[in-house]
Design a protein around this ligand. Structure first.
Ligand SMILES: Cc1cc2nc3c(=O)[nH]c(=O)nc-3n(C[C@H](O)[C@H](O)[C@H](O)COP(=O)(O)OP(=O)(O)OC[C@H]3O[C@@H](n4cnc5c(N)ncnc54)[C@H](O)[C@@H]3O)c2cc1C
Length: 475
């Protein structure tokens, strides 16, 4: 009786979209406060059921770390909030609902909200360049890094089967578009990986390898300033990484990259880190945007829509000190998340809101072969010391002790042994998985069924776990 009355009580619904730095750290705050209350329900919705520590993604691409080392299961981190693995499709601000699709059958799920925190990050922008979306590989998700490592090994195997030097060269040409953090770190890391791996292929020689960065600006890592950018370039060039500046990719057909200046590069791999854009769910919102990002006020609220909040890469957060928006980095995203969560709590409990103020502590990047660049509290560091600082800082920031220990073990073993060369996934495996997925989908009940769900319903045994009924049967 008491239980039923509690269920019938009108709960304030807080929904968080995205399980990255912004979403997870907001959920963590609310998990310890509002989510424990009987009259509040906190739901976190994200595409994957894990939190990805992006600063270490390039280490997975290079095989220095295993994919599982740099992710944390969200369900192990939040205890009192609800987690739903689903893809956010649309946000209806007037109906105060979020529409998602989830599960094998791609069920449509709807969530009502009183407060909505949008932390969907960003998506890769291919700028409509011919063939780039279809053929380039990206570096945003865990699977991107795992597949890139797999691809490097697959291409080494492939190149070793051919005798034509042009075919071998094309297979062993890795081009990165974008000279920002992600592009430079990935290039440095995979360069080390390919050089080290090629020794185990007697048919191949180092001179067949070509690793190139294409950067539209004049200085790599522009966020770190000219001096460190030039240092990074010099170190990469010393290692025979080719740096093409002031030029852009125009198209790619899977074998040939064409540049805007007419030059072309035969390459089996183009790694695209050259642009981001808002998630389609945000692009469709009728709110004020700055470069695709939702414009929020100093309290991280979207002023036109009470109850709508945004943080992280998808939010343009004003910096009163500079008059510009705060940079889109993990250190900002997670701090914005904590302030937004506190403000949501304050709004619900009728307390005053707190403005977001934060000064960038520093930025660090690795450029391969135990070399890095860093700017900490305005001081510049480069070389081995910066690389060591990078490892120390990010190891400390990686959530959960078990993951820290795994990473530390990985790094220690890396000092003692050569990296592994196993190709975990072949094209045959991918075809088999695709066939299996098609069969599972065909058999899954309730494909494309619309089930208007509140988060409460999801927790009931008759919710998602039960076979979905067709819409008519529910009505
Ligand atoms: C390769 C790489 C390296 C980086 N290195 C650094 C670094 O060294 N230091 C640093 O400070 N920053 C770094 N960054 C930037 C940093 O990762 C971002 O600034 C930070 O992740 C932003 O947090 P966020 O929560 O806004 O977005 P994200 O962390 O990207 O999280 C977005 C979340 O939303 C989910 N999502 C997205 N769309 C949907 C949808 N439609 N439905 C459901 N869920 C969805 C995603 O799965 C993800 O969980 C790096 C980024 C990349 C890609």
């Amino acid at each position: 009786m008491l239980g039923r009355r509690r269920l019938e009580m009108k709960k304030t619904k807080v929904v968080i979209l995205g399980g990255g730095f912004g979403g997870l750290y907001a959920a963590l705050y609310l998990d310890k406060s509002l989510a424990r209350r009987a009259d509040v329900e906190v739901t976190l919705i994200s595409r994957e059921n894990f939190f990805l520590f992006t600063p270490m993604l390039h280490e997975v691409a290079a095989g220095d770390l295993y994919p599982g080392d740099i992710v944390n299961p969200i369900r192990r981190i939040i205890r009192h909030s609800r987690f739903v693995e689903a893809d956010v499709q649309a946000i209806d601000l007037s109906a105060r609902r979020v529409r998602c699709v989830g599960g094998v059958a791609r069920l449509t799920l709807e969530f009502e909200f009183d407060h909505l925190l949008v932390a969907l990050g960003s998506e890769t922008n291919f700028f409509g360049l011919p063939g780039v979306r279809e053929w380039a590989v990206t570096m945003k998700r865990l699977i991107d890094a795992a597949l890139l490592r797999n691809r490097i090994l697959a291409l080494l195997e492939e190149a070793s089967l051919h005798t034509d030097p042009a075919v071998r060269r094309r297979a062993l040409t890795f081009v990165t578009a974008g000279g920002g953090f992600s592009g430079v770190e990935t290039t440095g890391a995979i360069y080390d990986c390919v050089r080290e791996a090629v020794r185990y292929y007697p048919e191949l020689t180092e001179d067949l390898i070509r690793v190139t960065i294409i950067h539209p600006g004049e200085v790599l890592l522009p966020e770190l300033g000219e001096e460190l950018g030039r240092y990074a370039e010099r170190k990469l060039c010393e290692r025979k990484v080719e740096v093409l500046k002031g030029v852009r990719v125009a198209s790619y057909d899977g074998t040939l990259i064409t540049l805007a200046n007419g030059q072309s590069i035969p390459a089996a791999t183009l790694i695209w880190t050259a642009g981001v854009m808002a998630s389609p769910a945000i692009a469709a919102l009728p709110c004020r945007k700055e470069r695709d990002r939702l414009v929020v006020n100093e309290f991280l609220a979207v002023p036109e829509y009470p109850g709508l909040w945004a943080v992280g890469d998808c939010a343009a957060v004003p910096n009163a000190r500079t008059g510009k928006s705060h940079p889109t980095t993990a250190q900002h995203g997670l701090r914005e998340a904590q302030v937004a969560a506190r403000n949501i709590e304050a709004a619900i409990l009728g307390r005053p809101l707190r403005p977001f103020t934060f000064t960038t502590l520093g930025q660090l990047a690795t450029i391969g072969r135990r070399t890095g660049v860093a700017m900490i509290f305005g001081m510049k560091f480069s070389g081995f010391l910066a690389w060591l600082m990078w490892r120390t800082v990010y190891l400390a920031k990686l959530p959960r002790l078990s993951k820290k220990l795994r990473v530390m073990t990985g790094w220690t073993l890396d000092l003692l042994f050569a990296r592994d060369l196993e190709q975990m996934l072949t094209l045959r495996d991918v075809e088999a998985i695709a066939d299996m997925a098609a069969q599972i989908r065909a058999r899954a009940p309730g494909t494309r069924t619309t089930i208007p769900l509140s988060a409460e319903r999801l927790s009931n045994p008759g919710g998602l776990d039960a076979p979905a009924k067709p819409r008519a049967a529910q009505e």
